[in-house]
Design a protein around this ligand. Sequence first.
Ligand code: SF4
Ligand SMILES: [Zn+2]
Length: 329
Amino acid sequence: MITYRISEIGHCPKQLSLSTAKIDGKVPSWLQNSADEGKWHEKRIKDEMRKAGYIIEDVDVCPICLERLGEERNGLHVEITVNKPNEKESYMLIGHTDGKATHPEYTKGKTYGLEVKSMSQFEFDRWMKTDGKFKEFPSYAWQVSTYQHLTNEIPYIYVVKNRNIGGKDRFVIEKPIVSWTEIDEKMSRLTSWMNNNSEPYPAEFDADSIECRRCKYALRCVPEPKILEPVEKEKLDLAVSNYHKSQELEKESEKLRTEADNIFIQHCRATMENKWRYSGLSISFNENSSRAYYSKEGLMTVLNEEQLKTVTRYSEPKPVVRITQLKDK
Ligand code: SF4
Ligand SMILES: [Zn+2]
């Protein structure tokens, strides 16, 4: 029977079919390091919660998976076998929750589930950007909702930590965000596909999707140009080489500009002069400069869609090519 990892079921069905069939994509090294760092932060968060009076039930290595599969997986084991009248749609889900938490005051002595995530500053900003936090991270919603469906719909304490500055977002999810009907429908459809086809589930790389840009199977998803004449190939190779060169120059340019800025700032501070001219350049310095920006979500709280359209300005349309580096960086 096809078995899926609950932490993955919110992914695009093609990615899920490839990972479930254990076809190795290239896992970017930063993603692996990030997972290891995540474990470290999870332990710290639990220690802090214990100090705050929570009783936390967790395990480091799941004894069931160790015995059954010989694999070291972390967390409390949950699983379900979903049998369908059509056997080819039957599937199994296995996952590991980060634990259970009980507090005399905050959970009124009841046992809640616990899910802990830690993120870089960039990811944390993305997390905090929207009110419905999971909008930017739908696969997290699928994961925790499935845990809830498999654990009698107990509330879940959800903790998200900013790895850079340590800030946290902690809240309780009372009811599953994704319904069991939606989860079951996706999983049985995918299982049926996998049992009836040797190809992965059909889907194509989308350069606007952050999931695609980070996907370890992206290389399999972008179609290659079919037949190339030698002269076309030569031109494309030149374009690739120019692209890489432009990336390097961009980095170098940023570095040089930062170095120049730092020297000018030091000089402004030392001389207490904020506006001066030197060697054909005019230098203006503001110690507390900040720019106003308006998020679409924020504007939507005071304007409706129609009002927003009347104040939206579009730049002249022009051809744009989006280039994404697919190989491990
Ligand atoms: S690149 Fe995009 S479409 Fe392809 S498997 Fe990954 S997430 Fe799915
Ligand atoms: Zn297990």
